[in-house]
Design a binder for this molecule. Structure first.
Ligand code: LLP
Length: 419
């Protein structure tokens, strides 16, 4: 299901024209479709059938409170990587007992916060982290539920910046030493072993790396059982990709079915499966609206200078990511030219798309597609530009879910020297 379709030459989000949204709320503006997010969540959820499972939406993909609230109303769990994300989940109505906490650098304060909130699991990324958590749990007077996040040394065949399951990556515990660390965990008085976890990378477009990872984890689970370590949960992380251009990633249904097929043939069928999808839940459900400020025709290049820049959307600059760019109105368009679609920021990496065939004039609004994941949450105020606004469309209703900040708000935490 795609909520962003043209009607009579105008691009719509569900039942609302994006041109109207741009006029009403201004640009740059992220727009999300509630029904598309819900649809994706149900697609994953239903694919598991009667099997014991939990979807833990990876908050980092889009951490707006309204997005988290929509998912928590569905009963979603959450995957977090900071105390800030935990606070967001709780304020959005999420249930701490459905939260898994990953990340290589959890601080004392974050561990305490997670323990006090009663999260479901700390996904442990090093031996030192395990000991530290045991100490802090003892201090807090509680048991800390853990899974070891395994680094299976598998190439996810994705952009190197978003590969996490290879030996050279900082993430996880090498699978070879996992057995010893589980044995140590078993002897720690304030640690309760809950399961095993992994996450090998993001924007994966084929099943093979997921399947190989599951194979290795199942072998580990068998070996652990042989040593008297019983696990409840098997957390397979996130990582399923979306079609930005011509990629053909597995659907959520195929992804779940393939993994569950493998699990059924193993001796670990009874494990509860956790997955932590981020991008596949929200990526296609959002786009970024931006208005043309200037059109510059040059000798060797034409530029469409937009009011959104690299600070509003960093994926093209950071990962050389390609996002489709569409006009919100196809009406009354003149001849097309090839444009680099750029922002107002003083960097040559400030582009949203390069070499695009477009017909543009000052004031036109363009939509950057598939910007629902790793868009708004990765923005900055570089060049002292306010953060983009965010809007959620729900059928014919439009909700402002992040208003534009004022210059006073932007400067409020800074101060000049005294005297
Ligand atoms: N679980 C863990 C432990 C993760 O580190 C991540 C993402 C996920 C789940 C969710 O992965 P997803 O299902 O969204 O692929 N900023 C980059 C993506 C970074 C992903 C980091 N970890 C981008 O814009 O492509």
């Amino acid at each position: 299901m795609n909520s962003f379709v043209y009607r009579d030459g105008y691009l719509f989000a569900e039942e609302v024209s994006l041109a109207t949204i741009a006029d009403r709320f201004g640009t740059p503006c992220y727009v999300y479709s509630r029904s598309m997010i819900e649809d994706r969540w149900h697609a994953f959820d239903e694919a598991f059938g009667a099997r014991d499972h939990r979807l833990c939406y990876s908050v980092k993909a889009n951490s707006n409170l309204a997005v988290l609230n929509v998912l928590s109303r569905l009963g979603s769990g959450f995957g977090i990587v900071s105390g800030g994300e935990l606070e967001r989940v709780l304020r959005a109505g999420g249930d701490a007992s459905r939260v898994v906490f990953s990340g290589v650098g959890k601080s004392d304060a974050e561990m305490r916060q997670g323990l006090q909130a009663g999260i479901d699991c700390f996904n442990i990324e090093s031996a030192d982290e395990l000991s530290r958590l045991n100490d802090i749990a003892a201090d807090t007077g509680v048991q800390a539920p853990i899974a070891l996040r395994i680094n299976p040394d598998i190439d996810p065949n994705t952009h190197p910046y978003i590969s996490t399951g290879l030996k050279q990556n900082k993430f996880g515990i090498p699978i070879e030493i996992a057995g010893d660390l589980y044995a140590r965990a078993q002897s720690m008085p304030n640690i309760t072993i809950n399961g095993v976890a992994c996450h090998i990378g993001s924007q994966l477009t084929e099943m093979a790396p997921f399947v190989d990872t599951l194979d290795r984890l199942l072998m580990l689970v068998d070996a652990l059982r042989g040593n008297g370590v019983e696990l409840k949960n098997l957390d397979l992380g996130g990582g399923l990709g979306i079609p930005y251009r011509d990629e053909q990633p597995p659907t959520p249904q195929d992804y779940v079915a393939t993994l569950m097929d493998k699990l059924d043939k193993s001796s670990s069928k009874e494990l509860r499966i956790i997955i932590e999808p981020g991008r596949a839940l929200v990526g296609e459900a959002g786009l970024l609206l931006t208005r043309v400020e200037y059109v510059k025709h040059g000798e060797i290049k034409n530029f469409a200078v937009m009011d959104a820049g690299v600070n509003d959307f960093i994926r093209p600059a950071l990962y050389d990511a390609w996002h489709e760019i569409l006009p919100v109105s196809k009406r009354g368009k003149g001849a097309t030219h090839t444009y680099d679609v750029v922002g107002p920021v003083c960097e040559s990496s400030d582009f949203l798309g390069r070499e695009r065939e477009l017909s543009v004039a000052k004031g036109d609004v363009l939509a950057i597609k598939c910007a629902g994941a790793y868009g708004a949450c990765m923005t900055s105020r570089y060049n002292t530009r306010p953060l983009a606004v965010e809007v959620m469309v729900d059928k014919d209703k439009t909700h402002l879910i992040r208003r534009r900040e004022t210059i006073d708000e932007m400067l409020a935490t800074e101060s000049i020297l005294p005297g």
